[in-house]
Design a protein around this ligand. Structure first.
Ligand code: ZN
Ligand code: ZN
Length: 159
């Protein structure tokens, strides 16, 4: 990655910068992500929370999730655009909504998940890794990303 990925909400009150490349990028086609985004899928860039440098405070909203464990969605307090979320209680790891990046062409999905509810008119690229539901992280993530994930989850979950 040549330039750091940065992004923000619609009104500009919250800006962020990713200090590292994402560990992995999921394109999720589940009905929950479709409902939340009002679209066909969401692109989540998965990164350690402490690698997101922010300008402006977010509000944390408890939201239901496909798995039933819930998620905490961080939104701009003014325009309420969702910038990233944490699944379960794992606030060490953030799922950055890649559509909020200034240059979301700089990343692409490593895997497509929940393709069982993919809308039929979305056709995945040739050779894309696709999963009916989810995948085995240990099998699909690169070793360096697994190591980053192991290290960050060993730390206490921040509020
Ligand atoms: Zn805003
Ligand atoms: Zn989803």
């Amino acid at each position: 990655m040549t330039e750091p990925l940065q992004g923000g909400c619609a009104c500009g009150a919250v800006r962020y910068r990713l200090a590292s490349a994402p560990m992995f990028v999921n394109c999720c086609h589940c009905t929950w992500c479709q409902r939340e985004t009002g679209s066909a899928f969401v692109i989540n860039a998965i990164i350690e929370r402490d690698r997101i440098e922010t300008a402006g405070e977010t509000v944390a909203i408890d939201t239901a999730s496909e798995s039933g464990t819930g998620q905490i969605v961080h939104r701009c307090p003014i325009c309420l655009v969702a910038l990233w979320s944490h699944y379960g209680r794992r606030t060490q790891v953030a799922f950055v909504r890649a559509g909020t990046l200034d240059r979301n062409d700089l990343i692409q999905p490593d895997a497509h998940i929940f393709t069982r509810s993919k809308v039929p008119w979305v056709r995945l690229p040739e050779g894309a890794r696709a999963f009916e539901v989810y995948y085995d992280t240990d099998r699909e993530w690169p070793a360096a990303s697994l190591e980053r994930r192991r290290r960050v989850l060993a730390r206490a979950a921040p509020r």
